[in-house]
Design a protein around this ligand. Sequence first.
Ligand SMILES: [Zn+2]
Length: 330
Amino acid sequence: MPFDDIVGNARVKNILRKSLLRGRLPGSLLFYGPKGVGKSEMALIFAKALNCLQKEDDSCERCSLCVAVNKNIFPDVIRINAEKDIIKIDQIRLIRKAAYLKPMTGKKRVFIIEEAEKMNDEASNSLLKVLEEPPMFSHIILTTDNFFSILPTIRSRCQTLKFAPVSRSDIRNALIEKGIEEGRAKTISLLVRGSLKQALDFDWDEAEDVRKNAFNMFSSFVKGGKTANIFKKYSRMQKKSFEENFNPALEMISSFCRDVIVMKLGGSDRFLINLDYKNKLSKLEKIMGLKETIDFLEVIEESLHLFKRNAHRKAIMNYMTINLMERENV
Ligand SMILES: [Zn+2]
């Protein structure tokens, strides 16, 4: 994939291409921004462009070096990923050893540390030593969706580039281009909050089940069901399946909530995320007041925020129970 095929984040793309043309390349870069917006793809294209035999500010995707990087057999582009959720010092030691040597076959050696927030303290401190004595022939690119979990001393030694969520229209167009029907493409683009990756991986049938369950949960909340009972199923789940099930359910509930607000304000149908649920939603809309709906949305959004910050399951559920109980006690 060359730069031109990356959807969204044109600003970052331009900065990188300009620096390639000018030959003024930062030794270390930190790409940060939400999940699924193309940080790793951008890092890999940058690594290819640095080495490409045909193009200066992009990857040609045809020369032997571009092809080798794509096949993951190019010795000078090294990707480092977490093993069992941790990036350990041994993986960073490899950078310390290789970074100061001339590249083997390419022009530049590039290390891409993906999900850099997963470096443990030892690994971070070891990387810091490399950044303190920048190697001549190597570039280090870190990617993260959690900027503040990277050591400030590492952040300050990297050129930081912020990635934005991909716009809804860009996501919708990418999906339509992939052959997804327009109505579905619109719904998906509204649900994935700027994550192109999530949009492209979206399984409509699976999502339909999640949406159905989420609607039932939302409806129970609105009708004043006992929060603890509604959560019963989720509280028994293992950590991983809780994350895989509860987070998307909350995203969907948030989307229903937004729809109710649109309906309350008399907005046009084209602003509805779940247009096919309009009839069902209008029944709930009659029960809920506007302020109450906004308060409810706030609780859901804060819970999603807690998720993002890896809060413990119990903390998320307690937060929701306490804040949604007020409704039950009215
Ligand atoms: Zn090339």
